[in-house]
Design a protein around this ligand. Structure first.
Ligand SMILES: [Zn+2]
Length: 291
C-alpha cells in the first residue's frame, strides 16, 4: 500500500521531517519517528521484543515494538492488529471512539519540482522516492467487536542453516591461528570460535556484519579487545534484537554493550534504523516457510 504525497505537504513535514514541532505529541508518537528510542525500549524491556513478535509477526520488528508500546500505553494486551477495513473483512468493527495506533509505512513521495525541471518530460515522469512515515491505520482486536476471531500467535523460530543459505553466507571452520577471537566475518564467510560461550549470539553478530555491508569495507574480527567501533555497536545491536526475539542467552552481555553507546548518545539514529533493518532481514531469512 502506498500513497502519493507532494514534497510540500505540511503533514509530511510535521510527521516525519520535524517531529520536534509536535509539542503535545504523546510518547508513542515521538517514538515512531525515532529508531533510537525504539531500540532503547527493546533494551529496557527485553521481553517486549519476543511478545511483540508473537502478536505482530507479519510486521517489521521495529513496527512490532511500536505496536507493543502503544497498546501497553492504552492499557490493552498485545493482541493482533489490523486496519479498519481488514477487520471489516473479518466481520469485526472498530468500536466508536477508539484511536488508531500508528506504524511506519512506506510512502511514495512525488517530487513535483524535480519533475517540472525535466522540461522534456511529459509530466507523468515525476521523480519519486519512498520514505517511511507514521500512519495511524491500525486497531487491535480489543478495540473491535463482532464475529469471533481466534488470534494466531506465532512462536518465533529461526534456522541458522536456512538463513545462511538465503543470505548467501557460508560458515567455515574457525582458524585456530586467530588466537583468542570469538569469531570473524570475511566477505560472505563467517567463523565462530569453538570456545565461544555464546555461539549463537556471535553468529548473529558476524552475519550482521555481512548484512550491514561492513565486510565489504574490510574483514571484521571480534575478540575481547575489539575496538568500540560504530560498526561493532550496529552488529551487536542486531545480535541483541535477535537474541531477545528468540529468547536466547547472552542478552545481558549484549545489552550492556549497546546501552553504553546509547547512554553516551553516540549511536546515531541512522545506525539504530540499520539495526532493525538487518535484524528483519536475518530473521526473515531463517524463518520456516509459511504454509
Ligand atoms: Zn564485530
Amino acid at each position: 500500500m502506498s500513497a502519493t504525497t507532494p514534497h510540500t505537504s505540511n503533514a509530511h513535514k510535521a510527521q516525519f521531517l520535524a517531529p520536534e514541532t509536535h509539542q503535545r505529541a504523546d510518547r508513542a508518537n515521538r517514538m515512531d519517528t525515532d529508531y533510537t528510542a525504539i531500540l532503547q525500549e527493546a533494551l529496557t524491556k527485553p521481553g517486549t521484543v519476543n511478545a511483540a513478535y508473537r502478536a505482530f509477526h507479519n510486521f517489521s520488528i521495529g513496527n512490532q515494538i511500536l505496536a507493543a508500546i502503544q497498546l501497553t500505553e492504552k492499557g490493552l494486551p498485545l493482541s493482533p492488529i489490523a486496519s479498519f477495513n481488514a477487520w471489516k473483512e473479518k466481520g469485526r468493527f472498530v468500536r466508536k471512539g477508539e484511536k488508531a495506533i500508528s506504524l511506519f509505512m512506506p510512502v511514495t513521495v512525488k517530487n513535483r519540482k524535480a519533475a517540472a525541471d525535466q522540461s522534456a518530460g511529459d509530466g507523468d515522469e515525476a521523480v519519486t522516492f519512498s520514505v517511511y512515515m507514521l500512519r495511524p491505520n491500525w486497531f487491535s482486536l480489543d478495540q473491535t467487536e463482532g464475529e469471533d476471531f481466534a488470534p494466531e500467535l506465532v512462536t518465533p523460530q529461526w534456522d541458522a542453516a536456512a538463513a545462511m543459505a538465503v543470505l548467501g553466507i557460508a560458515e567455515e571452520p574457525f582458524e585456530q591461528l586467530r588466537g583468542n577471537l570469538l569469531g570473524y566475518a570475511d566477505g560472505q564467510r563467517i567463523a565462530i570460535s569453538p570456545l565461544n560461550p555464546f555461539k549463537h549470539k556471535t553468529r548473529f553478530h558476524e552475519i550482521a556484519h555481512i548484512v550491514l555491508g561492513h565486510t565489504a569495507e574490510g574483514e571484521m574480527t571480534d575478540g575481547p579487545t575489539t575496538p568500540r567501533d560504530i560498526r561493532e555497536a550496529e552488529a551487536e545491536g542486531v545480535a541483541y534484537i535477535l537474541c531477545t526475539l528468540l529468547d536466547l542467552p547472552g542478552q545481558a552481555e549484549s545489552r550492556n554493550y549497546i546501552q553504553t553507546w546509547l547512554d553516551g548518545g553516540a549511536l546515531p539514529e541512522k545506525s539504530a534504523k540499520k539495526i532493525f533493518g538487518a535484524a528483519d532481514k536475518i530473521m526473515k531469512a531463517g524463518r520456516p516457510v509459511a504454509h
